[in-house]
Write a protein that binds this ligand. Structure first.
Ligand code: NAD
Length: 353
């Protein structure tokens, strides 16, 4: 099948080309991000392959339909950047890679956490400068601390296993509790209790209208002083301005962010010769207790190979008229159910935006 692959970089091009030996699709790679303005590049292609910062809104999808595109193949698990209703209106199925390596993202979450808690970037740059002083590098033990996981699906569960290995007490919040995590001693609670108890809070929920700005001022106010917030989910789960205020007031002790709500147009690009125009991100980057990575949680050899394999087999299934096991449809999108029985009433349910 002829596939226009958008927002490609050397690493995913290599992985897709290697996996394609087995499939024989005709892949044309664009480094351009897919949007309404670039959809004409898909002319003559039956499928487009898109990533997390391609913008598949209603206008882009209408433009793709005009160009004759019949399939949208996401090489990501998340699909918040796709207007699924518009895709259905134009009868363009959307397939994704629901699972590739939850370990890649879970391990990156801990890379951020340990780097923050043990001040690794600061320590490493000091030592490189022959400054062997330890002042300002005091961290804390993770052992025995309460680790709160919001969203205990595949990635959240992998995080729970690692946190258990560190000797953390585990708390979780998810409308669909995972009974297997009880073996690790994970206790499902309401958000207020999770906020009140957790020394570390890690986000692993999809970005939905109901999870947009899940972490905002009111939520932060309920957290423990000095809490560490980790976000390897999606940027807009956190209100960045509220986060900055929490960091400035030292209510929040540190933030490890692999995602940022305005990352589209910034992340995955080398802007080192330019003046950063995003003042919120620029402020975050001035704070020593913040570590930002450029949406690289998925970036392991194992995950890239699995993403390429599943993406190309999704395209093959469509080409052969087989069932699309990894199709995502608007009606299947998880809507939060009432929270599990908790020790106190839910106080932070968010309006649907
Ligand atoms: P998953 O579907 O296995 O798990 C998501 C969990 O969130 C489910 O258990 C679901 O019940 C729960 N959930 C839904 N709404 C919730 C709410 N309002 N409150 C609490 N829990 C809620 O997905 P996953 O594979 O674990 O991925 C989680 C997210 O991680 C993805 O949606 C994606 O945004 C992000 N992700 C990031 C990267 C990266 O490179 N940083 C890579 C892959 C995925």
């Amino acid at each position: 099948m002829r596939v226009a692959v958008f927002d490609t970089h050397s690493f995913d091009r290599r992985a897709l080309e290697a996996a394609n030996q087995q499939f024989g699709h005709e892949l044309v790679f664009y480094d351009t991000r897919l949007s309404e303005d670039t959809a004409t590049l898909a002319r003559g292609f039956e499928a487009v392959c898109a990533f997390v910062n391609d913008r598949l809104d209603a206008r882009t999808i209408a433009a793709l339909a005009d160009e004759g595109v019949r399939l949208i193949a996401l090489r990501s698990a998340g699909y918040n950047n796709v207007d699924l209703v518009a895709a259905e209106t134009h009868e363009i199925p959307v397939v994704r890679v629901p699972e590739y390596s939850p370990y890649a993202i879970a391990e990156h979450t801990f890379a951020l956490l340990l780097a923050l808690v043990r001040r690794i970037p600061r320590a490493a740059s000091r030592v490189r400068d022959a400054n062997f002083s330890l002042d300002g590098l005091v961290g804390f033990d993770l052992h025995g601390k309460c680790f709160g996981i919001i969203g205990t699906g595949k990635i959240g569960a992998a995080v729970a296993h690692i946190a258990h290995g560190f000797g953390c007490r585990l708390m979780g919040y998810d409308p669909r509790p995972n009974p297997e995590l009880a073996e690790l001693g994970l206790r499902y609670v309401g958000l207020p209790e999770l906020y009140r108890e957790s020394a570390v809070i890690s986000l692993h929920v999809p970005l939905l209208p109901s999870t947009h700005h899940l972490i905002e001022r009111e939520a932060i106010a309920q957290m423990r002083d000095g809490v560490i917030i980790l976000n390897t989910g999606r940027g807009a789960l956190i209100d960045s301005r509220a986060l900055i205020d929490g960091l400035k007031s030292r209510k929040i002790g540190g933030a490890g962010l692999d995602v940022y709500e305005e990352e589209e147009g910034l992340f995955f690009r080398d802007l080192s010769d330019e003046v950063l125009q995003d003042d919120v991100l620029a402020r975050l980057l001035t704070l020593r207790n913040v570590i930002v990575t450029s949406h690289q949680g998925f970036l392991t050899r194992e995950a890239l190979a699995a993403i390429a394999q599943v993406t190309l087999s999704n395209i093959q299934a469509f080409e052969r008229g087989e069932a699309l096991v990894n199709e995502v449809r608007a009606e299947n999108v998880v809507r939060p159910a009432p929270p599990p029985a908790a020790s106190e009433p839910e106080a932070t349910s968010k309006p649907v935006r």
